[in-house]
Design a protein around this ligand. Structure first.
Ligand code: PMP
Length: 416
């Protein structure tokens, strides 16, 4: 047995190690993960360090955070229901607007049941750890979001990872399990958030059906963007009926915070008493719930935002490529640019910020060492002028840093 403390005699050592890493970067410069936004001017522009900055790292895919109807709904809800719920639905009760949103989400997806959660992270914790326990098996895509891995760990179930986006490897792993049991849950994402690549959902759904596994799809980054009605990748691939549990978040296309699960399975409802991250946490605030209801109404009636998102995505990709930038060749509003090692990547990110463009930066463990990425998430909110300006700045800074475009980086994007 390894003696306690062998990895460092002080609990604070790991925090000090991180601070030392932070100190390697110029102390006055902005630091990833620690950016203060002083003002939000619109869905596309913020003020950082006194500078007007184009916000290309928001996940605000449809720009709904500033939609007049969405903001009005939040304001009215505060006046009518108060600022917060101050507790869990199980303990403090459910507001009628919570159940109204659940009904509307279920109807929007054409599913019978819906449960909402306080965050998307908690939606994953609740569904996976509510469904699975010790003795069950959770099978996750190797590139799954941290919330899915945390959910699997919380469940206590045996966790198996299959090779990213490989239905063949999933089939191999399922075939090794005892047959004739229904104690296994396969968890994938519609779109993977680091590179923006989409799951081969049709094939994965077929493998799940063949092996009697339940399928859960996290459509966090795909809801609102893909499919004829914007329901996500499962709708886009025509396999919505093959998905047992669709999970999503309010924090991206829906422009607020929270999460949901929709399903045709009536058993879903019992999660409300089983899932610790539903039972033991406060429910979404009235302003949040009301604004999400308004955002959902906008999405349901107006497909032009989705069309705008894809037009903007195509434009951003094309402008970046024309500027000599290597972009990940995926069909997604997530536009990732490989930039190599960690310290040069951070320096690049800082230069972009100084030039008035905010993007996300992916550093280990979100990506392999030496394979850092800058990630822009496109939005329907951007004007063509903003896209052109952002692409010019990004391509210029990336080019100057000597990150070169390599062959085979053509974007196959076709508008989803
Ligand atoms: N799932 C995925 C795939 C995500 O990318 C995220 C957040 N980025 C979440 C779940 C968690 O959602 P939230 O931030 O709304 O808690």
């Amino acid at each position: 047995m390894i003696p306690r403390g062998a990895s460092g005699s002080d609990l604070l050592d790991k925090l000090r190690a991180l601070a030392a890493r932070r100190a390697e970067v110029d102390a006055d410069a902005a630091f990833p993960g620690d950016t203060i936004i002083d003002e939000v001017l619109s869905a596309s522009e913020v003020v950082i360090q006194g500078r007007r900055t184009l916000m290309l790292g928001s996940n605000n895919y449809l720009g709904l955070t500033f939609h007049p109807e969405v903001r009005a709904a939040a304001r009215e809800a505060v006046d009518r229901w108060g600022a917060g719920t101050t507790g869990s639905r199980v303990a403090n009760g459910t507001l009628a607007i919570h159940t109204a949103l659940e009904r509307e989400l279920a109807a929007h997806f054409g599913k019978r049941h819906a449960v909402i959660f306080t965050t998307g992270y908690q939606a994953n914790l609740s569904v996976v750890a509510g469904l699975c326990r010790a003795g069950d098996v959770v099978i996750v895509d190797a590139d799954s979001h941290a919330s899915i891995y945390d959910a699997a760990r919380l469940s206590g179930a045996t966790t198996i990872a299959f090779r990213h986006n490989s239905p063949e490897d999933l089939a191999r792993k399922l075939a090794r399990l005892p047959s004739g049991r229904r104690d296994r849950l396969v968890v994938i994402e519609g779109v993977y958030s680091v590179r923006g690549d989409v799951a081969p959902l049709k094939e994965i759904a077929a493998v799940c059906r063949e092996h009697g596994a339940y399928l859960m799809v996290d459509e966090a980054h795909s809801f609102g963007a893909y499919g004829p009605r914007g329901l996500g990748r499962a709708e886009a691939e025509g396999v919505l009926d093959a998905v047992d549990f669709t999970v999503g978040t309010f924090s991206k296309a829906l422009g607020n915070v929270g999460g949901f699960c929709v399903s045709d399975r009536p058993e879903l409802d019992s999660l409300r008493l089983l899932a610790r991250s539903y039972v033991f946490t406060a429910s979404g605030s009235p302003a949040t719930i009301a604004s999400v209801r308004a955002a959902l109404r906008v999405i349901a009636r107006d497909s032009s935002l989705r069309e705008r998102l894809w037009a903007n995505t195509r434009r951003l990709r094309a402008r970046l490529e024309a500027g000599g930038c290597l972009v990940e060749p995926v069909e997604s509003p997530i536009v990732s640019i490989p930039v190599g090692e960690e310290l040069p990547a951070v320096a690049l990110w800082q230069r972009l910020l100084e030039a008035g463009v905010y993007v996300n930066i992916m550093l280990p463990p979100a990506c392999p060492h030496g394979a850092c990425l800058l990630r822009a998430s496109c939005s329907a909110a951007y004007t063509t002028e903003e896209i052109d300006r952002a692409a010019k700045v990004i391509a210029g800074v990336v080019r100057e840093a000597g990150v070169r475009r390599t062959a085979g980086a053509e974007s196959p994007i076709d508008g989803g």
